[in-house]
Design a protein around this ligand. Sequence first.
Ligand code: XMP
Length: 513
Amino acid sequence: MSHQLVIVLDFGGQYNQLIARRVRECGVYCEVKPYTTPLAELRAMNPIGIIFTGGPNSVYLEDAPQIDGDIYTWGVPILGICYGCQLMAQSLGGRVTAAQDDAAREYGKTMTYFETKCSLFKDLPGQGITWMSHGDYMEKLPEGFVLTAHSDACPNVAIADERRRFYGVQYHPEVNHTQHGVDMIRNFLYEVCGAAGDWTMEDYKRTAVAALREKIGGGRVLLALSGGVDSSVAAALLAEAVGEQLTCVFVDHGLMRKHEGEEVEAAFSSWAMNFVRVDAEQRFLQKLSGVSEPERKRKIIGEEFIRVFEEEAKRVGAVDYLAQGTIYPDVIESGAGNAAVIKSHHNVGGLPDCVDFKEIVEPLRLLFKDEVRQLGRELGLPEYLVMRQPFPGPGLAIRVIGEVTKEKLDTLRDADAIFREEIERAGLEQSMSQYFAVLTNMRSVGVMGDGRTYDYTLALRSVTTSDFMTADWTRIPYEVLDKVSVRIVNEVKGINRIVYDITSKPPATVEFE
Ligand code: XMP
């Protein structure tokens, strides 16, 4: 694919993915590379510019991340952010030290004054809030550089050498708290690097379809379709590219939300491709019968899923390629190392072992989630699929606390559908990251009409989060909660009490099991 490219050189800062997303939002394709990538490799990628990210280290410490100094004679424009700025300053002969007094050590929102003659600040206001997070101070500038921004506490907030096209900022232009931060990144891309803005979804779709056709040729492709956003968009893209050479296997484990299976099937019926919906509800329910321990439920579902998929793959016959909906954050996140297992997540990722195939195709591995959604729209997928909130692989089995039965699942499906309907009716769905109902295994006494009831308690859960590693519970207006509660106890048999979960993650998790 022939797009202009910007490289984000990763020094371990916490906003690195965000920088890459900002660059792409500006219409320029961008990849994140570790700072240890050999210079020859970076050169071979032929970028129009490089952005050095922030990082947790101090440049003057012995084991601080360093890079090959030849990068500065290559002629490529560089924007250094925070650590990246200090590294560039020090490498080119400046001096960086620990800030002596608290004033020069800056954290949080800081009023900053810009030199608007500098290309980075072209056409922007002369002052604004920036988001600072640095304890180090550039005491002496390298030769050829001038100061281009200052704050009340710190004289050198931004530096530039316009002749060599090197720019450095001590603050984080990529975060929302920095006013006009994205405009500064855009200026770097368009004013300094000469970007053409050739990264659009329409263009991506066209080139991805062509590349898939060339790679797959006359081969056969198999995809495990879960109904989630990533595998759905991967399916649509492959269907567009190779049509009937593609077989999508959708394992309906009977643990989906109300009407979900039908929605997925309907969305794919318009493409000329092979779509197999396996009705495996009985199998899953049988395996889950009598099981109430969450981790066992998860293991059983994960294993059974693979078994069903394997059987279908055998039926499909000789497969050349296995397709997966891996997306860019999966590729650059290196994993949590030795982190404790809180829950064993199941998704359709671990499949390759069980199917005979030549190669894996991952047509979304360059895209961020919001870009995957955009591509889905570009391909004509319906909005309810494209905007679908995350749904766990084990489905409603981990939202029915304790033993899972068909009856309980149906009760939960009805209640969950009402909750979602009311949230959407109130126009709140965009402000929440995930919202759903959970059927607890607690029963309590109630009164309905003139009679006593002894029914289940339903818990409502809604969280707001950017990465699902931490999450806050959503402040749903009382009136909406009231409406949901009244409707569910009136319309769904078997539920006589509704509670709303007001715990954040941590200490709770998003799902109950
Ligand atoms: P927790 O409950 O771990 O959930 O705080 C974080 C996010 O992950 C989703 N989740 C899963 N997704 N397979 C998945 O594909 C799983 O087994 C699984 N378990 C939880 C959960 O819905 C939330 O978005």
